[in-house]
Design a protein around this ligand. Sequence first.
Ligand code: IMP
Ligand code: MG
Length: 332
Amino acid sequence: MPCTVIVGAFWGDEGKGKIISYLALKDKLDFCVRTGSVNAAHTVWIAGRRYALHMVPAAFVYEKCRLLIGAGANVHVGKFLEEVELTKVNGRMAVDQQASIIEEKHSIQDKTSAHLKGIGTTGWGVGPAIEERVRRTAKTAKEIPELQPYLADVATEINEAMDTGKRVLLEGTQGFMLSLYHGTYPYVTGRDTGAAAICSEAGVGPTRVNDVLIVLKSFITRVGGGPLPRELTKEEAMRRGWFETAAGTGRDRRSAPFDFELAKKVAKINGATQAAVTKIDVLFPKCRGAQAFDDLPAEAKEFIKEIEEKTGVPVVLIGTGPEALDIVDRRK
Ligand code: IMP
Ligand code: MG
């Protein structure tokens, strides 16, 4: 801290929501800025309750954290209002006045496009909404009556906050391999999902970032079309306990083993200074609920060491269960 960027390393669903919710509570975050759009669902488990958040930042679990949506983000007004109500964050939630708006028509365009169907989009309409923004015909938050009480200049607010030493976290969405520029094009999302793009969407210059934390899941999953090296059959994924369904759309997630070479490349391109490894309890069930590195079995420690050796990045957080506090924190 003061400014940390959270980036998903693979094809999304690495467990960013869990890591962000932990950091919010543990580091007493002052600000959390969400980027991206409604297609990405961040799962947060707190006090036995599960939230799959499409708009409200995952740091909502820390009640003093101010929650923001950046100018580069794309806001679904209905989902936003629904989640503000659900998480009771009215009074500490704001939206940049220049964030663009995603509408029902974009979802219809997404779902009825044969090309986008082939890519296997989430159907929320994010691609068409961004197309409109690029054409400069999209609506922005300041034009929406329901958003008037939430409007802010997010970039100015967080930069001034950083000037006074406040702790700011920039919440990336999806994963680096879904980046429009660096991912498995054309099987990607409609935006760059890397660390630099997250800063750009929030309005933070590169010199102000202290840490880039990449979130790596212990095995890889992907939803939608496109390549997935060493993909397992659904039967094999189920046998290993890796089979998941998407938090946002309910679709089956495809799966594959952890990829050290890919992790190394992603760490480098994002300038990662820290890594989190999530769901280690799925690979090594004895890890479940552990909070100390020494309580992990030898195979799990080896796995973490191998990630550190291959990527050159320290693994500072290890997720050992779904709840925000099921974590090994190796930071000083
Ligand atoms: P779109 O972002 O809805 O246009 O979908 C493009 C691709 O990104 C598809 O393969 C989606 O499954 C994938 N995708 C979009 N958002 C997420 C996410 O939050 N998690 C995982 N995959 C996603
Ligand atoms: Mg997700």
